[in-house]
Write a protein that binds this ligand. Structure first.
Ligand SMILES: *Cc1c(COP(=O)(O)O)cnc(C)c1O
Length: 397
């Protein structure tokens, strides 16, 4: 009898009791809008911004309605406009090129390596093509950030980091999101802290911060922020920055504050699960693990491996056989985008040149979430199932 896994790959942990209590307190006041505060009250959103700013070591922090909103807001705040080219990853999720399209700009895709990070040689080759890079740390894989910043600094490229999968991660001890001009994060249910929808943007640049606050829909209430620049900076931007409403509210902020305090221990719990899957899959014939650079501290909230140079129908066979045993693998190489999988050539609103080296890698990427509702033993079982099905299909060749 072969083993079957019964857990749900989309079931996150419940919201902690402390966060539920904080939410009830906000609900009882009726003051959910971030600028609806009583005399002397800072409000949950302003406090959360202060705390997330401190967590990342950023001077300024803005909480917003979603991670995708944070990306679009950052692009606008650094001055990207209609028709502008923006470098970005060929391997990422749809809201990343979508945010570029949302400001009327044009994605210029940069390839992916076998380590699932942006191809820095390709970035170097394309560095004269755009003035902004929207860098996605897709699935938490961190590239050599020192080299990336050297390339971008030399070319005069402003870097915006999409840290939807790297909240809590670091590169050489520096929090992810703090190498570029702006770091953007998501607090959507499938990310590292959960408010259903939500996001952050952090920066040390006072002008970008003030523009972002105005863009997010502050009206002239920006002085209520605790992690924004002083009023003199707003004087320079307030008449020329449109209100593209996308604020966070007190209810979401209230449930995020306790979760932020627990993030580092949650990251340890994710990494314990990640390493059990990794150990269980190591040495599987035909399967390539994605090695992590030891300079990065990642948060292992999902797991990827490669079936490099496998025929499509054999990869599909592995996916079907694992699914029959309860293990949901998402394949980025399928002919059609499914669920959240899509790739640069799926985004037909954006032109792209063929990228054969990246296509080879994308064709072999398999992905699964590791929610914290899985135990370490669950993860060992998942690895045994994947290992046996990959081996079976590989050996039938
Ligand atoms: C989730 C996600 C986003 C967008 O975040 P939302 O909060 O869902 O808008 C951006 N980039 C990546 C890589 C993501 O996974």
């Amino acid at each position: 009898m072969s083993e079957i896994f019964k857990g749900s790959f989309t079931q996150q942990e419940p919201i902690p009791d402390e966060a539920i209590e904080a939410a009830l307190t906000v609900l009882r006041t009726g003051r959910l809008h971030r600028y609806n505060t009583a005399a002397g009250e800072a409000g949950e959103v302003a406090l959360l911004e202060q705390e997330f700013g401190a967590f990342t070591g950023a001077k300024y922090c803005l909480a917003v309605a979603s991670g995708g909103y944070a990306l679009g807001c950052a692009l606008r705040a650094v001055g990207v406009g209609p028709g502008d080219p923006v470098l970005t990853n060929a391997f990422t999720l749809a809201p990343v090129p979508g945010s570029i399209a949302s400001v009327g700009a044009r994605p210029v895709f940069v390839g992916v390596t076998e380590n699932l990070v942006i191809d820095l040689d390709d970035l170097q080759a394309k560095s004269a093509e755009a003035k902004v890079l929207l860098l996605s740390h897709m699935r938490g894989h961190l590239c050599d950030m020192d080299r990336l910043m050297a390339i971008c600094d030399a070319a005069g490229i402003t870097v915006i980091e999409d840290c939807a999968h790297t909240m809590g991660a670091t590169w050489n001890g520096v929090p992810s999101g703090r190498h570029g001009a702006v770091g953007c994060y998501s607090t959507q249910t499938y990310k590292h802290i959960n408010s259903g929808e939500g996001g952050f943007l952090v920066t040390d640049d006072e002008e970008i911060a003030a523009r972002a606050v105005m863009l997010s829909g502050s009206y002239m209430l920006y002085e209520r922020h605790l992690a924004a620049p002083g009023p003199e900076v707003f004087e320079r931007v307030k008449y020329v920055t449109p209100n593209v409403s996308g604020r966070m509210d007190h209810l979401r902020a209230a449930i995020l504050r306790p979760q932020l305090r627990a993030l580092n221990s949650q990251a340890d719990a994710w990494n314990a699960r990640y390493s059990v899957v990794e150990d269980g899959l190591r040495g599987t014939p035909g399967l390539t693990l994605v090695e992590r650079d030891p300079r990065g501290r990642f948060v292992g909230s999902s797991f990827q491996f490669l079936l490099l140079d496998w025929a499509a129908e054999r990869v599909a066979d592995v996916v079907a056989r694992c699914a029959a045993r309860g293990v949901e693998l998402k394949w980025f190489g399928g002919a059609e985008p499914k669920g959240f999988t899509s790739r640069y050539d799926s985004w037909r609103y954006a032109e792209s040149a063929p990228m054969p080296a990246s296509d080879r890698i994308l064709a072999g990427i398999l992905d699964m979430r590791l929610p914290l509702t899985f135990s370490v033993d669950d993860c060992a079982l998942i690895a045994r199932i994947v290992r046996s099905e990959v081996s079976a299909v590989f050996q039938s060749a």
